[in-house]
Design a protein around this ligand. Structure first.
Ligand code: SAM
Length: 232
């Protein structure tokens, strides 16, 4: 492991706003934030640009960035500490275990920001039904899931899942910049977004809500996942 990474891993151990694999937290987030404000998650947060920027703008809401990479989380966590953003925190952990970090109804809404499209492994896409099932376990009914991506494949896949699971589309924008829609929260640019924009890529946005009935992972998708695992 590189020296810089090691320093960052040690640093986040001492950061009050970084919780690593926090299985003790479900049901206690409002004690942590010392308020009852709604909690927004930023999944695949990387350096946490959405959590930090939204945290600055909305002091009456709480934001939690989630990512497995501690050295990336370090960036956002350090800014939040320096700026006294006590409404911003980070979880270092697997999104696959989200229901071990948050309790039922503890999350109001969530962003999925430039998550990897996993072109060869649909089961790892953060809008795969197995993830939607997890989100449903922690999110309040009617909570909005907001996907921002440069991947046409992930955007199309998400549309497919939305139709299959009877989710409701709240907003659907192909190419936020050409349509003049990159305003408000959509104007926040992350590290990966800046790279994609420099390459001239199109940015898609899709916001939707989950159905009231439980998400069920279709057999065909389960089979796909088993085939993926067998090929590993
Ligand atoms: C392409 S980066 C995007 C980072 C950031 N959102 C940005 O736009 O700059 C994708 C991030 O998702 C994280 N990630 C992917 N799958 C994950 C999972 N199952 N659990 C936790 N983190 C995950 C990776 O560690 C990585 O930091």
């Amino acid at each position: 492991m590189g020296h810089k990474k090691l320093i960052r891993f040690r640093a986040i151990e001492g950061f009050r706003n970084v919780l690593q694999y926090p299985k003790h937290m479900p049901g206690t987030w409002h004690e942590f934030f010392q308020n009852n404000h709604p909690i927004t998650l930023e999944l695949a947060c990387g350096k946490g640009e959405y959590s930090v920027n939204l945290g600055r703008e909305h002091r009456n809401r709480n934001f939690v960035g989630v990512d497995i990479k501690g050295n990336r989380i370090y960036n956002g966590a350090k800014i939040a500490i320096q700026e006294g953003l006590d409404n911003v925190a980070f979880v270092r952990g697997q999104i696959d275990h989200l229901n071990e970090y948050f309790a039922e109804n503890e999350v109001s809404d969530l962003w999925i920001v430039f998550s990897d499209p996993f072109l060869k492994k649909p089961k790892n896409r953060l809008t795969h039904p197995r993830f939607l099932k997890l989100y449903q376990q922690v999110m309040k009914e009617g909570g909005v899931i907001k996907l921002k991506t440069d991947s046409r494949e992930l955007y199309d896949f998400t549309h497919e899942v939305i139709a299959e699971q009877s989710c409701s589309i709240v907003e659907d924008i192909q190419d936020i910049y050409s349509k003049g829609k990159a305003t408000g929260a959509l104007a926040i640019q992350t590290f990966y977004e800046k790279m994609h924009l420099a390459e001239g890529r199109t940015i898609y946005y899709l916001a939707f809500t989950l159905p009231a009935h439980p998400i069920v992972v279709p057999e065909r998708r389960k089979k796909e996942a088993e085939e993926d695992a067998a090929a590993e």
